[in-house]
Design a protein around this ligand. Structure first.
Ligand code: 4AD
Ligand code: MG
Length: 480
């Protein structure tokens, strides 16, 4: 008897005489109707049990959360809401789930808070919301690799343990091989942390960009897609201590080319999930609509999930310089009465997410690319403009999210880069290899970083970044 997934059965063109399917029971009603899910789709298949001819012991064990194997015939469904169902001939209990204990978990079929679900991160993909989010996460990841593969990029694996601070922000987790019980001491008798990774000072990477630049300067077009780490103690709904980043880097490409690439890439990836993940998106869209109903009018979303995706795919991204944006913000109020919480008084200040969202959602009403930021609020490696005040940086701003992408054209001139590093106290010895790129056939090159979880938030409509990564790492949470 052939084994099928629930997705295969639900989309089968024909009825089938003999099928087997394995999954977990979502609900069991009236000793007769099992809603079975195996993760292959958001939808359950209904399995109709012939309870008169099934032994009582087995019937008792078919409870929410149990793993079972069902054999039977795929027939046209008598009920509403589904085309087919399984007329069961045989059931095998593969793994029991004690109903009393199940009732304490997220598997209990009722509305749970997201906080409660976070406490059971190991079980939360047994719910529709989280299985949909994680299927979309997987699909987005595939769409990203597909895009780069089809556009001539090589996938580069940047190291996780590194000696450099790519962003120069000092937000690094140290990697240590120190023997905690017997640490090396310096002359003053203090623990010597300076050479704690087999004689070298190292940390977990904050970005694969610098290494990606070395590969771009030989392979031409490369991208990284891996975990990155930031030891910033920020407890916001948009920051994680461990997140995944996608970082393309391209030789002979300037800032305008970088913007073109980022826009085409984002549109392509979003189009992919619209086409391939319709069921999960429809479920999440409906979830948001239901959630909105309990909110006051002013807080309800202006766009549905699909409209938001179409908003990015169908609109040209508006390209605006930092200087223009500051002028707009100074002359704007977010609504009739209120001011921004954080007022931008002078040129040179960094934007907060309230400003970013205002520009996208209220002012331009399309995705925005801000460019040419003040040099002093951006990283050391960005290409200085002729005005010597701004750098060729770009941030892409999305509705509901704010900054989703950060990138730049890189400083390719050895002397300017050295001056910049000196001014910021970055020792040349630390980045000697990075500087060598500017000695041997230097060239204009650019790239950007997309925060993967911010993309998953955008696509799924989840409002907390902890709900789009399997096991979130934040200052308060590393339980699992
Ligand atoms: O703007 P960031 O810090 O830029 C870089 O790391 C560059 N090296 C990228 C490059 O040019 N190759 O980070 C890039 C993106 C942000 O726009 C944001 O989406 C995401 O990474 N990000 C975070 N996501 C979750 N948690 C955090 N703590 C994040 N910090 C940045
Ligand atoms: Mg940034």
């Amino acid at each position: 008897m052939k084994s099928y997934t629930v997705a295969e059965l639900l989309s089968s063109e024909t009825l089938l005489q003999e099928v087997t399917v394995k999954g977990w029971v979502r609900t069991f009603r009236a000793n007769r109707f099992i809603a079975l899910n195996d993760g292959s789709t958001i939808n359950n298949i209904q399995c109709v049990v012939d309870f008169e001819n099934t032994n009582e012991e087995t019937l008792k064990r078919i409870g929410t959360g149990a793993a079972i194997a069902v054999k039977g015939e795929l027939i046209e469904s008598q009920g509403k809401g589904q085309k087919v169902e399984i007329q069961v001939t045989d059931i095998e209990i593969l793994g029991d789930a004690d109903p009393e204990e199940v009732s304490e978990t997220v598997m209990q079929p009722k509305r749970h808070t997201l906080e409660f679900l976070r406490k059971q991160a190991h079980l939360r993909t047994r719910t529709n919301t989280f299985s949909a989010v994680m299927r979309l996460r997987s699909s987005l990841s595939f769409a990203i690799h597909k895009y780069f593969n089809e556009n001539g990029f090589y996938y580069m694996h940047a190291p996780i343990i590194t000696g450099s601070d790519a962003e120069g922000a000092g937000e690094m987790f140290r990697v240590t091989t120190l023997d905690a019980k017997n640490p090396p001491l310096d002359d003053d008798g203090n623990v010597d942390y300076s050479k704690d990774f087999f004689g070298k000072e190292t940390n977990l990477t904050v970005s694969g960009q610098l290494e990606a630049e070395t590969y771009a300067m030989s392979l031409g077009k490369v991208y990284t897609f891996g975990p990155t780490f930031r030891a910033e103690n920020s407890n916001t709904s948009r920051h994680l201590a461990e997140f995944w980043m996608i970082e393309p880097e391209v030789a002979f490409m300037d800032l305008a080319g970088n913007m073109d690439l980022a826009e085409d890439f984002m549109k392509s990836v979003l189009s992919y999930v619209l086409e391939h993940n319709a069921d999960d998106l429809a479920f999440l869209e409906n979830r948001l609509i239901q959630e909105d109903k309990s909110k006051p009018q002013a807080e309800r979303s202006e766009m549905t999930l699909t409209e938001k995706l179409r908003f990015v795919i169908d609109n040209n991204f508006k390209r605006v310089s930092y200087t223009e944006a500051i002028d707009i913000l100074r002359n704007s109020k977010p609504n009739k009465k209120k001011k921004f919480k954080y007022i931008i008084n002078e040129w040179g200040a960094d934007l907060q997410s309230e400003h970013e969202r205002f520009l996208v959602e209220k002012h331009f009403k399309c995705p925005v690319i801000l460019f040419d930021y003040p040099a002093n609020i951006k990283a050391f490696y960005m290409r200085l403009n002729e005005d010597e005040k701004t750098v060729r940086a770009m941030d892409i701003l999305f509705p509901g999210i704010g900054e989703i992408v950060g990138g730049s054209q890189r400083e390719e001139r050895l002397d300017v880069l050295k001056e910049k590093m000196a001014a910021l106290d970055i020792p040349e010895e630390e980045l000697w290899w990075y500087l060598e790129l500017r000695k041997y056939g230097t060239a204009v090159h650019s790239g950007f970083g997309l925060g993967f979880e911010r993309l998953v938030m955008f696509v799924t409509g989840m409002s907390n970044i902890r709900d789009v990564i399997p096991y979130p790492r934040t200052p308060q949470n590393a339980e699992f």
